[in-house]
Ligand binder design. Structure first.
Ligand code: SAH
Ligand code: F3S
Length: 503
């Protein structure tokens, strides 16, 4: 039996050299999307081609998210489907990578015998080696962090940095003109330990990447055609890197990436309200490529809740920061995250959150129901005592409040001409075409003339225009607004696009 399996494995090893197929499914945040892109690049460098779905893949990897229970439940349900598939296709390799591998690896290995490998988010440079190990019949290789729940000493930090840099440094960037917008990591991990949050446990301590590497990667992306770069970190504004005896901070990093030729828009997510200094706002004002957009989660408007969350700022300090942002960066668009139904949240606490949302007038918010995460301080010390029905009700109420604000916020653009970077066909148009195609009508992509793109403030704009505009900056005069979308007419092309149209 073992010998037969060995044959299978060897057969698959030689098949991989001839170009096996991989399917990589990504759950969760932007950091996961970037990680998946880097892992996919590694697999292509090994000779694997992307598969259309798990059915025709030799390797299936799920890049997982642990931030809420719901995200983990989705992975277990996907693993249930893959168990069936592997019954029919015993030689398929299944790997769990990302945050859940780190947080729940033992359970996955014991409950899911069909999972062949585990790899945490800080070890992704080792995915090829783990795949080779499975192919060479090493049972269930695992790459996880050794000690994820503490801050690093400066010496440990620099050691960690060297091993962690590998995956970003070896990034495979497509040169076929398909890269328009891209993420670049500026820091890993998080040292904040908000009491509800699993991220410091799954992604480990905060480590800033060397500025020279960030600039070099941005330049490579620009050379490949990228026009917009989003710098990624859990708390980007606390970015710090020791260089020649001095500390490079985030405002300076922004200026250095700003100098990369070819990049026309620069964004960054996510900001932490606690360490947000005015030099960053001034950089946003003074560096023309830096978009007037700030994603800065408040989580709650109640100081008692913020205290229990261990966020280390008050609602008043948060509002003060927002006012400084509005004063220094005129026209800035704001986005925030909120958790409703956190431990002990009373009606009065929740009303304070509603009041904060109404005061700040975000253009967009992401609202989550509190989900206790094993191992976090909140889960160990505080009861999850807000009933699910109350969480649901508060969630809906806050969504309603935000919807009203988003609509009013977007209506202010009616009559204005905004700069839009055209990303592709509008999803609604694509859906309509898919429906046509499934009814048996052959519909060419180019028949769609509903395009979509984003403003500097990250608002989505839908408008009519030829596919040749994809990849270009255009001026769109806004004629209508919904809570989620702006609609308008192209009034000018602001630039000639070097990008080919990729239907
Ligand atoms: N700084 C990170 C935060 C990661 S988690 C970033 O945005 O990149 C993203 C959001 O998920 C948080 O801002 C918070 O609003 C929400 N969240 C985190 N832990 C949660 C939990 N246990 N339950 C519900 N929502 C949570
Ligand atoms: Fe999580 Fe707080 Fe860090 S929300 S990612 S611990 S800033």
């Amino acid at each position: 039996m073992a010998a037969e399996k060995h044959c299978d494995r060897m057969g698959r090893a030689s098949m991989s050299a001839a170009g096996g197929r991989y399917f990589l499914e990504t759950m969760g945040c932007q950091m996961n999307r970037l990680d998946s892109e880097l892992v996919a690049g590694q697999l292509r460098a090994l000779g694997y081609e992307p598969a259309g779905g798990p059915d025709d893949a030799d390797i299936v990897l799920i890049n997982t998210c642990s931030v809420r229970q719901h995200a983990e439940d989705k992975v277990y349900s996907r693993l249930g489907e893959l168990r069936q598939l592997k019954r029919r296709r015993a030689d398929m390799l299944i790997g769990i990578i990302g945050c859940m591998a780190e947080r729940d690896g033992d359970a996955i290995l014991s409950e899911c015998e069909h999972v062949d490998l585990l790899c945490g988010p800080n070890q992704l440079a080792r995915v090829p080696e783990l795949i080779q190990a499975v192919l060479a019949e090493r049972q269930r290789p695992v790459a996880l962090m050794e000690n994820q729940s503490r801050k690093l000493s400066p010496a440990e930090r620099s050691l960690a940095l060297d091993s962690l840099e590998a995956i970003d440094l070896n990034r495979v960037i497509p040169t076929d003109g398909s890269v328009l917008q891209s993420y670049v990591r500026v820091q890993r991990g998080c040292d904040k330990f908000c009491s509800f949050c699993v991220v410091p446990f799954t992604r480990g301590p905060e480590v800033g990447r060397p500025p020279a590497n960030i600039v070099q990667e941005s330049q490579r992306l620009a050379d490949a055609g990228a026009k917009e770069i989003t710098l990624l970190g859990q708390t980007v504004n606390s970015y710090a890197y020791q260089e020649n005896g001095r500390t490079v901070r985030f405002a300076e990093l922004l200026a250095r990436v700003h100098a990369v030729s070819g990049i026309e828009r620069l964004r960054f997510v996510t900001s932490y309200p606690g360490d947000f200094t005015d030099d960053i706002l001034e950089a946003m004002r003074d560096l023309p490529k830096v978009c007037e957009y700030l994603h800065i989660p408040a989580q709650s408007g109640s100081n008692t809740v913020l205290e229990r969350m261990k966020r280390h700022y008050t609602a008043e300090q948060y509002v003060d920061l927002i006012e400084r942002a509005r004063a220094i960066v005129p026209g800035i668009s704001l986005a925030g995250d909120f958790i409703v139904g956190f431990t002990g949240e009373t009606d009065d606490d929740f009303e304070k959150t509603v009041a904060l949302v109404e005061r700040v007038r975000y253009s967009n918010t992401f609202i989550f129901k509190y989900s206790p995460r094993p191992g976090t301080a909140a889960d160990r010390r505080l009861a999850d005592d807000v009933p699910p029905a109350v969480k649901r009700e508060r969630n809906m109420r806050l969504l309603d409040v935000q919807k009203r604000i988003s609509l009013a916020d977007r209506q202010r653009f009616i009559g204005e001409t905004l700069e839009v970077l055209v990303e592709g066909f509008s999803k609604a148009a694509i859906k309509a075409q898919d429906a046509e195609q499934t009814r048996g009508h052959e519909v060419g992509w180019r028949r769609s003339d509903q395009l979509t793109g984003r403003t500097r403030g990250d608002e989505i704009v839908v408008f009519t225009g030829p596919a040749s505009l994809i990849g270009r900056f255009v001026g769109v005069r806004i004629t209508a607004a919904t809570a989620l979308t702006l609609h308008g007419d192209v009034v000018e092309k602001t630039e000639q696009s070097p990008l080919p149209v990729t239907p």
